[in-house]
Design a protein around this ligand. Sequence first.
Ligand SMILES: Cc1cc2nc3c(=O)[nH]c(=O)nc-3n(C[C@H](O)[C@H](O)[C@H](O)COP(=O)(O)OP(=O)(O)OC[C@H]3O[C@@H](n4cnc5c(N)ncnc54)[C@H](O)[C@@H]3O)c2cc1C
Ligand SMILES: Cc1cc2nc3c(=O)[nH]c(=O)nc-3n(C[C@H](O)[C@H](O)[C@H](O)COP(=O)(O)O)c2cc1C
Ligand code: SF4
Length: 640
Amino acid sequence: MTDFSALFQPGNIGSLRLENRIVMPAMASQLPEPDGRLSERLLDYYRARAEGGVGLIIPAYAGVSADAPLMFNMALSDDSWVEDWSRLIDVIHSYGVKVGVQLMHVGMLYLFAGFVPQGITMKVPSEMPWLSDDIPYQVLNHEDIERYIDDFGQTSRRAKEAGADLIEIHSCHGSLAGMFMSPITNRRTDDYGGSAENRVRFPRRIVERIRKEVGSYLPILIRINGSDDLDGGITIEEAAQHAVMLESAGADAISVSRGIEFWATTTIPSYLYPNGSMLSLVDGIKKAVLVPVMAAGKITPELAQEVVADGRADFVALGRPLLADPELPNKLRQGRADEIRRCIYCMNCLSFEAAMGGGSCSVNPYLNLESQYPPKAASPVKEVMIVGGGLAGLQTALILVERGHHVTIYEKDAELGGQWNIARAVNDKEDFVNLLHFLKQSLDKYEVEIYMGVEVTKAKVIEAKPDAVVIATGAVPAVLDVPGFQRKNVVQALDVISGKIKPEGRIVVFGGRYTALETALMLAEQSKDVSVVTRAAFGLTLERVTFRTLLKRLIDLRVPMYPNTAVLEIVEKHVVMRYNGEVLELSADTVVLAVGMRSENRLAQELEGIVPEVYAVGDCVKPRNAASVAYQAAQVAAKI
Ligand SMILES: Cc1cc2nc3c(=O)[nH]c(=O)nc-3n(C[C@H](O)[C@H](O)[C@H](O)COP(=O)(O)OP(=O)(O)OC[C@H]3O[C@@H](n4cnc5c(N)ncnc54)[C@H](O)[C@@H]3O)c2cc1C
Ligand SMILES: Cc1cc2nc3c(=O)[nH]c(=O)nc-3n(C[C@H](O)[C@H](O)[C@H](O)COP(=O)(O)O)c2cc1C
Ligand code: SF4
């Protein structure tokens, strides 16, 4: 059994004693009301994490200035917000967990959020070539600077009144304080720009102002970039100097992050980055300061233990791991690490679907639906037949057995997992297998009967006479209905990913979403001659961080990409397409189709009205992602 004892040693930030070293860092969500006010759902969300045994929770940021609002943001920019914060802090405190309030002026993070609210100007330290009147902006003068420093001070007073145990200053990622620190976003020539010392002046004065406001009573943590991850931006050498200056200004701890969001893709590292992707920066800061240092970024429980035990960091921020499993700290402490629903860094929690409330986490069906957990005990207990052993069938089966139903799973293939077995064969997605392991292992614990290699038909269902049937028959690759699509040189991306087909010569991939981009990248990384063609723009509605990472890698490998291009015909050695109004031929020895999936829902239709309860779940209803599958599994399981 792995030793996690280092994580459960108490630790101090200033005078604040934390019971353990695990911190839930700030993570914005759509859970507050649209105007930012506290909602019951947000309380439930934090209650679950507090109950799970984390040492410190830093709820998503408190906006400090009324002229920099953001939707769904629980601001603290005037006294009317204190009551909401006080209620939230009281709930977290009731579990013995400490609370840090993150103070932030949003700065250019509007761009990452995707829009600037009507009537608002984005506040920036200086003019920059990329600023345009399309995004209304305002360069700050000395008077503005004084006002914003005061806003941080006033907000820290309100946080203290609301019961905060710690103040965190957001000074990274492209927030206003972070923009002042970076030579990319701060090109001022006065005493707030130029040298590192001048660029740190704004956050340094914020630290001093907050200290004046809250006295020595509340510790101050400041979150900074260990690197901007952009040419000409903050490097680790400079970040170490920043940390020293902020420490001498009175900061009690430094939290290390990275990347200017909107440009860099490293702030919330996806599966495309290695575990512990910020640790080299943490090492650089740790060497420079005496105050405690907090690490974040794809830290697994095992790595967290190692990092704290080796003294590389004093605290570890586990963001998405706590979204995936709020009980993670308690499970580690109680020797139940094998029961953890491990984050697979798939980024679905940042997807369009998540924002729309249609499934937030691939491994935790109850993320953002905490009031529905644990699901109610079954009454009456039913015999439930599950057709399909992909993620949808397995997720639904697990919730049903947890509720007390009797469940039998039928899978026509020799292996459980369905499309997930292909999804996880894509480069860098090796850890996706953890989700499958978790589901299989949990179902094994309940001794769920699983019949492999059995294709369920309407007759089989009638013969089995279940009380309820869940159809989870998934989806199969779609084809492109153009002349020539049945030629021998046209293959499916899924067969390329799984290694069944190894295309040679000049390869053209059709499609503009993940599977197309990932297949093209996989082939380009094998030094194949590949290009990508899509009917619309690339990456429409895809989660932006992952999309931009893939796009950059494709561009770096010089993969030609043709957006808004209609394929007219596939012939032996080329495809005919309309590009920019011109009909062109693109050489192609192999055409790879990645044009989406088609639901396999025949059985669901055949059984309608034949058995008492029939439900469909997952891709057989509509092709989707794993988080939408998990969400729908919970909704369907609740009905049975
Ligand atoms: C290449 C690729 C990459 C992907 N990448 C991601 C990603 O990065 N992130 C993400 O969130 N999602 C991703 N997805 C989507 C995700 O894998 C699917 O949304 C999810 O796996 C669908 O699960 P499912 O159980 O609904 O369907 P399926 O996985 O299709 O499972 C259906 C199962 O039912 C079985 N079955 C069918 N008919 C019968 C029958 N009559 N009797 C018995 N068994 C039957 C099938 O054999 C299959 O095992 C990817 C998909 C692909 C193909
Ligand atoms: C949905 C989401 C929202 C986030 N919002 C914030 C935020 O408001 N403030 C902040 O400092 N970091 C924010 N982050 C970054 C996290 O605090 C954390 O540093 C990052 O997710 C890396 O840690 P992890 O790999 O453990 O998730 C956010 C991350 C996610 C996933
Ligand atoms: S959606 Fe994916 S990245 Fe987000 S918490 Fe869940 S498993 Fe982790």
